[in-house]
Each structure stands twice: as C-alpha cells, then as structure tokens.
Design a binder for this molecule. Structure first.
Ligand SMILES: [Mn+2]
Length: 282
C-alpha cells in the first residue's frame, strides 16, 4: 500500500481525513533534510502492512485522502504558515513534515474553528524560545507562538531546551513532562476538549529514528509513543501532524518506515471509521 494510492473511498474536500505534505525545512538550524520527509514517508508506506495486530484495525477500512504536497518551496516561514493554514479543509488533517514550524498554520486554522483547543506535543525539545537567531517564526519558537493562539499546550517526552524555556513551560504549559504518556487526571481533563496532536519524530530515541534534524539521546520507544497516543483514542482529535523526518540523515532508511507506521497508526486511532469495526461504506 502507498498513501498516495490508498484512501480511494474518500475524495478531497469530502470531509475524509486528509494527508497533506509540507516539504519545507528553510529554518532548520543544525542540518536540513526534512523537506524530503513527505516523499520518503510515502515511499516507505509501500513497505508496511495496512493491518496493525496490536490495534486490530486495518487501514483498508479507513477512508482517507492523500492530497499530495503543498507548494511551499522558497516561501518565507510566515508565508508557509499561511499556506498551511489555508490548506486545512473539512476533513481531519494529518500533516507530514517538513519542519515543526508548519504546526502553527494548522493550529491557527483549527483554533479559529474550535474553541478551547488543546495542543498535545510529543517532542524531545520544548520549542519555546521567544525568538531564535532573529527569527520569531521558526522550528525553535513554534510552540511559543502557539500561546498567541490562546490554546492550551501539553508537552510530552521533553528532554532538551534552555533553562528559560523550561521555566516558560512550567509557567505557561498545561503540562510538561519527560514521560510520553499523559497522566490519567490530565486525560480526564481533556475529555471534552478538541485536541490537536503534534508529533516530532525526535521524541523517539535516535536508535529508533535517527533521520531527524536535532537528535537527542534517551528518547522514547515506539511502543511507548503508541501507548500514549492510544490513551487518547476516545478523545476528540480534530487535527494531527508528524514532523521533522529528515531522510538524508538516516542512510539505513528506517526512519521513514517508522514514520509511515506512525501515520498508519494515527489514522487507525483517530480517523472516524477507524474507531469501530470495518465501515460498510464511507
Ligand atoms: Mn524536536
């Protein structure tokens, strides 16, 4: 199966869950390459099964659309963010990065539609700088910019950032932890709220997913991340992204395969028809 060829039952604009690639890495500070993330994830998707036995669900029962890539090459970061904002249609979006900055556009679109939006971020890094190397909108500041959108921020798997960023997180985030699992009281408090899930692939350990711009030691295992996502499977998820997959930094090619598996599992958990037995028709 490949994502571009899959999802035949859905049509763009129909309200079906929609994959949108954002091949953009212009603000990468250490090493670029995430612009090739969406293409590599789609290529790798041919190698994975549509069925996940752990979830006992099959992607063949989940109508979704792959809308291809946004034409964002060469844009300034603020223009890329606007393009992402404008791409969010009626269906549940799952954006494929690309650098983390794209999250701002998706959250702007969804915060305008859903009052009380909460953003759950799985990431090695806080991404809470007020600016970075003179830039207010970049991969190192994106979560800080979300505070301007009046959303609540939950930060999970966090293990890197400046002292100031951690102070900001403790002060302004709803929750920040080294652990990837949302604690039960937090899960309960989020029960009625619309949620946006953003997964930076670097939340995983570099031994699992080395193909990323800023790898950090001592990260999560895939099973831990999947369990954390699964704890939200009965919540109301209105948008998602998976960012910072940078294929050139993983010559072994595992990272895009892991990312494709994660895309499958996010669709299985949160796309509407994935919540029960096979849908008879979309
Ligand atoms: Mn990160």
């Amino acid at each position: 199966m490949t994502f571009l060829a899959a999802g035949a039952p859905g049509t763009p604009g129909s309200g079906a869950p929609t994959l949108i690639g954002v091949p953009y890495d212009a603000t990468a500070s250490f090493r670029r390459g995430s612009r090739w993330g969406p293409a590599a994830i789609r290529f790798a998707s041919a190698s994975i099964e549509t069925y996940n036995p752990l979830l006992d669900r099959d992607l063949e029962d989940v109508p979704f659309v792959d809308a291809g890539d946004l034409p964002v090459e060469g844009l300034e970061p603020s223009a890329m963010v606007r393009a992402v904002r404008g791409s969010i249609g009626p269906g549940l979006p799952l954006l494929l990065g690309g650098e983390h900055t794209l999250t701002l556009g998706a959250v702007q679109a969804l915060a305008a539609r859903h009052r009380d939006l909460a953003v759950l971020q799985w990431d090695a890094h806080t991404d809470l700088r007020s600016e970075y190397e003179g830039a207010a909108i970049c991969h190192a500041t994106v979560m800080r910019r979300l505070f301007d959108e009046r959303v609540s921020l939950v930060q999970l798997g966090i293990r890197a950032g400046t002292r100031e960023e951690f102070a900001t997180a403790r002060q302004r985030s709803l929750h920040v932890s080294r652990a990837v699992a949302p604690p039960p009281p937090l899960l309960e408090s989020l029960r009625e709220r619309p949620l946006y899930l953003t997964v930076d692939i670097d939340v995983l350990d570099p031994s699992v997913a080395p193909g990323t711009g800023n790898p950090e030691p001592d990260g999560a295992a895939y099973a831990d991340l999947l369990a954390a996502l699964r704890s939200l499977s009965r919540h109301r998820v209105v948008g998602m992204d998976l960012v910072e997959v940078a294929p050139p930094w993983d010559p072994g090619g595992a990272t895009p395969v892991i990312a494709a598996s994660l895309v499958r599992d996010m669709l299985l958990l949160f796309a509407p028809a994935g919540r029960g037995p096979a849908a008879s028709s979309p």
